[in-house]
Design a protein around this ligand. Sequence first.
Ligand code: AMP
Length: 227
Amino acid sequence: MKRSFSIFIKLFVILQSISVLCVSEEFDFFYFVVQWPGSYCDTKNHCCYPKSGKPAADFGIHGLWPNYKDGSYPSNCDPDALFDESQLTDLMSKMQKSWPTLSCPSNDGLKFWSHEWVKHGTCAESELDQREYFEAALKLKDKVNLLQILKDAGIKPDDRFYDLDKIKDAIEEATGFTPGIDCNVDSSHNSQLYQIYQCVDTSGSDFIQCPRLPRSRCPSRVQFPKF
Ligand code: AMP
């Protein structure tokens, strides 16, 4: 009797551990990364506007990337994953507006979105399926108007140079969280404001303080190019 009770307890503990392993998250947080199209186009010397036309002069989504606290990140987590565009049919005009492709030749964006889903989205499948993943990113974009925040702080896309600290401070003051800033260098060697990183909890719905900021390649003053 005593023996069978101890087997029962052991079995219970093993089952508990398995269930914890199954529901445990496979990443620590998301980076929600938006991109200034003027910088993308300037650096690559050229870009191609999507088939739907020139994107708005606004930050566009680059991706929603699962990350680990140690700075590493998972990628391409499901070899069987397929990008199913039929799940996005009713989100298409929103996707084109908020997540514009700029690669050449001019295209409809499906290649860019598929790349983001297969490389990054499949690593968040414990939390979000494909449709939820894209919906989460679109909602995050609508939650914070970064361009307006910067404009309100006198930082405009007018080809002038701005203090990196002023850019970070403006976003921190408005959102409550320190952003990560990524720069690129154009053909005249000007460092430009390229991408802004905000951290998001594993459910993909709330901004959080970054457990770790991405490495920055920005000097103390950066150009904010026109688009
Ligand atoms: P990732 O692999 O998610 O880090 O994204 C990098 C890839 O996305 C590179 O191949 C970039 O050229 C591409 N990329 C970045 N921004 C855009 C954009 N707006 N449109 C199309 N491709 C992009």
